[in-house]
Design a protein around this ligand. Structure first.
Ligand code: AMP
Ligand code: MN
Ligand code: MN
Length: 314
């Protein structure tokens, strides 16, 4: 299947990813947008995403992202990338409801097959890797390659996580042929932190607590702490992956207040613990080794509830 077959005769296309978009969502959505501009200039394509982290600005057409979700006549086609269920597309759901045809391109095991056509590869590293399979790979350009490379870098933790396959490396290699400045993309999208991000990272690690005989580690941040460190919930990347690397730990939990009474929880695990299963108990999901959920209540209650569920499964 090729993107040409997916488009059929659509004249207007709506593209979106998931709420609080990460490098894979932004890379896939903008990579596809730029590809459409290049090869299907007559198609009206619009991109809707919540505001991504500013560090993704180096991806071409970042400025085309619309975060206002204005009313629009029904699109001929809606394509959702990296979004495992309809709730994950957030306010873009209104375009989905009205769209004449819908397509879901994703790599989450927990995907609910919510669209008219669903292309879900649960063993693929990233939505960008899945998307690559739909493109004429000899007809990319440097901007598209950078966008897709960013998604792969982001979702594989720089070619580290388990879903990094020979196919992932092959795709990355092909993308490199378009002159991707790989060192810069990797630093920009993965390692570089602002001063404030570095400080909250250190603080969250310092605050971390071992539980269940050292087999679980957790750390929490209140809204007040985020304010004190001049950071927002978008500045917390890298914290839970570092917690997971603590020797002896099987499960890492990082929970923070998004608004009063709403807690965002991130889970990471080491083989063989399945955090997707735990996240799913609370309406969340993701992957076996990386999952997330939103929970109501206080940070303390949330952690106590989670520790009980995790201990049962250790
Ligand atoms: P995070 O901890 O936010 O980096 O997310 C880890 C993985 O879980 C990613 O693949 C997310 O797409 C997925 N995920 C995070 N939060 C949720 C949620 N509330 N519902 C479903 N999947 C989620
Ligand atoms: Mn994602
Ligand atoms: Mn992804």
């Amino acid at each position: 299947m090729n993107i040409r077959d997916l488009l059929k005769d659509a004249k207007s296309v709506c593209l979106t990813g998931h709420i609080r978009p990460d490098g894979d969502s932004v890379g896939a959505v903008l990579g596809l947008y730029t590809y459409l501009q290049l090869h299907f200039p007559d198609v009206e394509a619009d991109v809707y995403l919540e505001p991504p982290a500013g560090k993704m600005k180096f991806i071409v057409n970042f400025d085309k992202i619309n975060s206002d979700y204005p009313d629009h006549e029904p699109y001929d086609l809606m394509i959702c990338l990296d979004a495992s269920n309809l709730e994950r597309i957030g306010q873009a759901a209104k375009y989905f409801q009205d769209a004449k045809h819908t397509i879901n391109i994703d790599h989450h095991f927990s995907n609910t097959y919510y669209a008219d056509e669903n292309y879900v590869e649960g063993d693929s590293s990233s939505a960008c890797e899945v998307l690559y399979g739909f493109l004429d790979t000899d007809k990319l350009n440097r901007d598209i390659a950078i966008a897709l490379y960013t998604g792969i870098i982001y979702d594989t933790g720089v070619f580290k996580y388990r879903l990094t396959s020979p196919q992932t490396m092959m795709v990355a290699g092909k993308l490199m042929q378009y002159d991707v400045p790989t060192d810069e993309v990797i630093d920009e999208s993965f390692y570089a932190r602002t001063y404030d991000e570095n400080r909250i990272f250190g603080y969250a690690v310092m605050k971390s607590v071992l539980a269940c005989d050292g087999r679980v580690i957790y750390s929490t941040l209140t809204q007040k702490e985020l304010e004190d460190f001049h950071v927002t919930t978008r500045d917390l990347e890298g914290i839970v992956p570092q917690l997971r690397l603590t020797r002896g730990v099987e499960v890492a939990i990082f929970a923070y207040e998004t608004t009063a009474g709403d807690i965002k929880v991130s889970f990471r695990s080491n083989d063989p613990f399945d955090v997707n299963e735990v996240a799913a108990l609370f309406g969340g999901g993701g992957h076996v080794r990386a999952a997330g959920a939103n929970m109501p209540g206080s940070l303390d209650d949330c952690i106590q509830t989670l520790l009980i569920e995790i201990e049962k499964r250790l």
